[in-house]
Design a protein around this ligand. Structure first.
Ligand code: MG
Length: 378
């Protein structure tokens, strides 16, 4: 039986898809979007996510989220919602697992530094880089570069894109020029990402000691669910209180997203993916929840992401990325053989270096920095 036959008419279906850039015979044992998910899981960029920073640098502690565990949490949340809305779970899982493949080491600090270095050479943006990883950089197949994923998977990975870049990228980015929406699966993976990081960053923030439980008294969503947990377990405290609160918050966000999206879909009544593309965004929180999620996000920005201890690591990370880029540009003979570009333009060389740095894990970048700048390191 074709598992896609059970999906809603507005879900993405592989038999209606523009398919893959490089035509391949259909898989015998699995639907095409599941095949995409499997290709992503087996890619080397996916394995590297284990050693890349989400908020806390990998060596700061063994229990904090990494990009890998973050991506798995995003996929879990997105699949739960997709199943409720009769959307394509395989597609939503593929997009979720791939959405951060293009991230540099050291999270957003690394990306900002690399983007600054790449000014004049086309810039650096992690969404574009995620697409570049699956379209061009993975080296796994004899017939083509990249993973040759389905159109909808690639389109979902490309969450943001400037008009200038959209013109260069062609059909996968056309929606940015036409003001159209991507599939509901892509819209959903995007919000599942937010649900995951807002909640796990509270958990990691408290675990690290950078956040204190009392500070969260100013976040309505947290307070409401903390009270709920305390009403059921009056003696609860510590890790159990945090976990009982955070799991309730995740659940509330998921249920709200399902209900609000279901109502929007019913009101708009799309009959196909094409209708979805022409409709306003249909996967949304209710207005009330949207405001609460925003409050939580703002709290995390000012209390965790800009905490001075995070800033210290961020500053170090920027320096590492910048100095690696500069030394490779000035002395390309220091690069491993694969990254040598003979006869190419300076812009092409910069892009090669940017690919090399973006692919590094946190610890690889730190080791490389020591190897290049410290005299007694080899
Ligand atoms: Mg993410």
């Amino acid at each position: 039986m074709n598992p896609e036959a059970q999906l809603a008419s507005y879900a993405a279906r592989s038999d209606l898809s523009p398919g893959r850039a490089w035509p391949e015979p259909p898989a015998i044992s699995r639907p095409e979007f599941q095949r995409d998910r499997d290709r992503i899981v087996h890619s080397s960029a996916f394995r590297r996510l284990e050693y890349k920073t989400q908020v806390f640098v990998n060596h700061e502690g063994d229990l904090f989220r990494t990009r890998l565990t973050h991506s798995i949490e995003v996929a879990q949340i997105a699949r739960s919602i997709a199943r409720n809305l009769c959307l394509n779970e395989d597609l939503v899982e593929a997009i979720s697992l791939a959405h951060d493949l293009g991230h540099t080491p050291f999270g957003h600090a690394g990306q900002e530094a690399l983007n600054a270095c790449m000014q004049g050479y086309g810039g650096f943006e992690h969404n574009l880089q995620s697409l570049r990883v699956v379209d061009a950089l993975e080296e796994r197949y004899g017939a083509f570069d990249g993973l040759n994923l389905m159109f909808e998977t690639r389109e979902g990975i490309l969450k943001h894109c400037s008009a200038a870049n959209a013109r260069k990228l062609g059909p996968v980015a056309e929606r940015f020029l036409q003001n159209r929406r991507p599939s509901l699966e892509a819209q959903l993976a995007n919000l599942a990402d937010e649900i995951a990081y807002n909640n796990h960053d509270i958990d990691d923030g408290l675990r690290s000691g950078l956040l204190q439980l009392e500070q969260l008294d100013e976040v309505a969503l947290f307070v409401r669910h903390r009270r709920e947990a305390e009403a059921i377990y009056p003696a609860i405290s510590g890790r159990r209180l945090v976990n009982e609160t955070v799991r309730r918050m995740i659940n509330a966000l998921i249920v709200d997203l399902i209900d609000a999206s279901r109502a929007r879909i019913a009101a708009c009544n799309p009959q196909s993916l094409d209708d979805v593309r022409n409709a306003p965004p249909l996967i949304t929180f209710s207005e009330g929840m949207e405001a609460e999620a925003l409050e939580l996000k703002r709290f995390l920005r000012s209390n965790l992401y800009q905490h001075y201890q995070v800033n210290r690591m961020t500053s170090k990370a920027r320096r590492i990325v910048r100095e690696l880029f500069n030394v490779y540009m000035a002395e390309p003979e220091l690069l491993p053989g694969d990254y040598h570009l003979r006869g190419g333009s300076r812009e092409q060389q910069a892009r090669k270096i940017s690919d090399y740095i973006a692919g590094m894990t946190d610890r690889y970048a730190m080791r490389e920095y020591r190897r290049l700048f410290e005299v007694d390191e080899i």
